[in-house]
Design a protein around this ligand. Structure first.
Ligand code: CO
Length: 261
């Protein structure tokens, strides 16, 4: 595969495979969204995802990745990312982030959304809306000729003007035959230049936004990232191809793209 500044440039066939992997991921997220409700055990999200993977003959991308034990990440409230599905039941007022990855014909799809569980307080609703909108603000910068860090700069500016913060500890990434490829796609502006985006690059943009501090801690399970102050965090992710005409979101479901919050 061709590279530019160390980043793989995908051809049409490879982009088509990535689009199919990501369409399946987005369909899984639609199905997950349909069952989110007070009383749901988060392990049901894992089971639903595994069922759909079998049906579509795709492999979960996360299971076994650096030893990660599940097909999905379910992160509730102050959990930022990489929460384990479990016997925990969602309760009214929670927010839950679900991150899904699959491998289809050797290519990886990766996307995430956060949902309110029943009625949530106004600040939580605003956090979901701003985080989702910040993803689209970032995607709009995913154009040939832009620096990859223009994405994070725009996300950070948007999020901070709304009074929230962006997590620094985790970043988005290039995606292709591997889940994590170059370049890193931070949700903030680093102090140096990044690579220049080119048609054929595919990146996962994934703002993680907090109500309070952006500092996170990792729990004893070695995976679950939580906000240091225990306040809420939300996470939205799309896989996006850079094309001559601008960003092309690959993780679009058969229901089409629409705001979820
Ligand atoms: Co990702």
């Amino acid at each position: 595969m061709k590279k530019f500044q160390g980043v793989y440039i995908k051809n049409e066939r490879e982009i088509a495979c990535l689009a199919e992997a990501n369409r399946i991921v987005a369909n899984i997220l639609d199905a997950v969204g349909d069952i989110i409700a007070p009383g749901l055990e988060t392990m049901r999200i894992e089971e639903l995802t595994l069922d759909i993977c079998v049906k579509h003959k795709v492999k979960p991308a996360f299971q076994g990745y650096f030893g990660y034990p599940y097909a999905v990440c379910c992160s509730v409230n102050e959990q930022v990312v990489h929460g384990f599905p479990s016997a925990r039941r969602l309760v009214e007022g929670d927010i839950v982030s679900v991150d899904v990855g699959v491998v289809h014909e050797g290519f990886v799809g990766d996307a995430a959304r956060t949902w309110p569980v029943g009625e949530v307080r106004d600040e939580a609703r605003k956090l979901l809306r701003i985080t989702e909108e910040s993803l689209y603000v970032g995607i709009d910068k995913a154009r040939p000729g832009n620096d990859v860090y223009d994405i994070g700069a725009a996300v950070q500016q948007f999020v901070e003007s709304a009074g929230f913060n962006v997590v620094r500890r985790f970043v988005g990434h290039g995606i292709g035959a591997r889940m994590h490829e170059k370049p890193e796609v931070p949700n903030f502006r680093p102090s140096f230049r990044g690579i220049t985006l080119q048609p054929g690059m595919v990146i996962a943009i994934e703002p993680m936004v907090t109500e309070g501090t952006y500092e996170v801690d990792i729990l004893e399970d070695k995976w679950t990232a939580v906000t240091r102050d225990g306040r809420l965090a939300a996470h939205f992710e799309h896989s996006v191809a850079i094309t001559h005409g601008g960003p092309r979101i690959l993780s679009i479901s058969d229901r089409g793209q629409r705001p979820h919050n």
